[in-house]
Each structure stands twice: as structure tokens, then as C-alpha cells.
Design a protein around this ligand. Structure first.
Ligand SMILES: CC(C)(COP(=O)(O)OP(=O)(O)OC[C@H]1O[C@@H](n2cnc3c(N)ncnc32)[C@H](O)[C@@H]1OP(=O)(O)O)[C@@H](O)C(=O)NCCC(=O)NCCS
Length: 163
């Protein structure tokens, strides 16, 4: 693991982070990964942050102490299904940090949180079929394609399989 990755931290996201979250979801490269724009106006940011941090959704900011912005992205858990024992994972980085192994690091740490906190057997990751980065990341971390349609690819990982 390189030194920069070793210094990354996951810290729960709060309403104090709204400015960074709006900046993240205003980035045109980030938006190309989404069918619907997650935050349409700055005024929606508070509701968005509340939505991804409450009522069965948990979000961490990924902190890089060596970066000017400090917050380099986020990763989230949502849709915990206690019957099916599944939970969905997602994440977004500012584009200047893509392809450096950072989200692999974040997801692996979130897998540990899932194992410790939730009775979950399967982790679900959904993205668009054209999102080669997200699909590559998921496959590298042991997810397998379960469903593929024109607008969505659903990948699933058995949490108890070693990467
Ligand atoms: C998708 C995203 C989170 C990936 O994060 P990342 O930190 O760039 O991913 P990593 O560097 O950890 O890459 C992990 C693996 O993904 C694959 N990958 C990364 N970039 C890729 C590319 N351009 N093409 C194909 N595969 C790619 C590789 O298999 C890579 O492993 P390797 O570097 O050992 O070959 C990031 O690009 C992003 O924030 N995109 C916008 C938001 C988004 O698409 N979110 C959906 C996530 S569910």
C-alpha cells in the first residue's frame, strides 16, 4: 500500500460538509456517472446530506490530510434489507483522485464496518453499464454481475468470500 493511501481516513459525513458535497456533485465528470443529477441546486444539498446520513443510510467522507481539499470523496451504505441480509454500497471521488486505488481502500474499510455492525451476507453495487470504472472497481473487489439492463448493472458480492 502506498504512503498516501495509508494516511486516508473515513469520517462520518455531517451537515458541515454540505459545501464539499455540492462541489462534488456539481463536477461534470462525476455527473457523467449518474443518470439523474443527485443534487440539482445548492439549496437541495442539506436535504441530500440528510438523506444519505439517516434512516438506514450511512455515509463517510474520505479524508486525505495531504490534499488541499481534505475531502476527496465519499462512500455510502444504504437500503439495508434485514430479511434478505443485503446492503447497497456506493462511492464518489473528485475526478483528480480517480484511478489511484482510493475507492478500493474505502470500500474494503466499509466491508469491515459492515461485517462488524450489520448482519449482512451480500453487498450490492449498482451503476450504469457504461461506467467501466465502477464496474472494474466492483469486479476487482469480488463483486459479480447479477443483473444487466439498458440503464443499470447490478453487481453482488458475498461478504464471506475472501478477496
Ligand atoms: C467509480 C470510482 C468510485 C472508482 O474509484 P477509484 O478510486 O478510481 O477506483 P480504484 O482506483 O480503486 O480502481 C479500482 C479498480 O477499478 C478498475 N478501474 C479503475 N479505473 C478504470 C478505468 N478507467 N477503466 C476500467 N477499469 C478501471 C480497475 O480494475 C481498478 O483496479 P486496478 O487499478 O488495480 O487495475 C470513481 O471513478 C468515481 O468516483 N466515479 C464517479 C462516481 C461513480 O461512478 N460512482 C459509482 C460507484 S458505485
Amino acid at each position: 500500500m502506498n504512503k498516501r493511501i495509508e494516511s486516508l481516513r473515513l469520517v462520518p459525513l455531517t451537515l458541515e460538509d454540505c459545501a464539499s458535497i455540492f462541489e462534488l456533485f456539481s463536477n461534470f465528470k462525476v455527473l457523467s456517472a449518474y443518470v439523474d443529477q443527485p443534487i440539482k441546486t445548492r439549496f437541495e444539498t442539506i436535504d441530500f446530506v440528510k438523506r444519505i446520513t439517516s434512516n438506514g443510510s450511512w455515509t463517510w467522507k474520505i479524508i486525505d490530510p495531504h490534499s488541499k481539499n481534505s475531502i476527496i470523496g465519499i462512500c455510502s451504505l444504504h437500503n439495508l434489507d434485514t430479511i434478505k441480509k443485503t446492503i447497497q454500497i456506493g462511492g464518489t471521488l473528485f475526478p483528480q483522485y480517480w484511478g489511484m486505488g482510493y475507492m478500493s481502500w474505502a470500500f474494503i474499510n466499509v466491508f469491515k464496518i459492515i461485517s462488524q455492525k450489520y448482519e449482512v451476507n451480500y453487498i450490492v453495487c449498482k451503476t450504469t453499464p457504461s461506467n467501466v470504472r465502477a464496474i472494474g472497481l466492483a469486479k476487482k473487489l469480488g463483486f459479480e454481475i447479477q443483473d444487466l439492463s439498458q440503464n443499470e448493472v447490478v453487481l453482488v458480492k458475498n461478504l464471506h468470500n475472501i478477496i
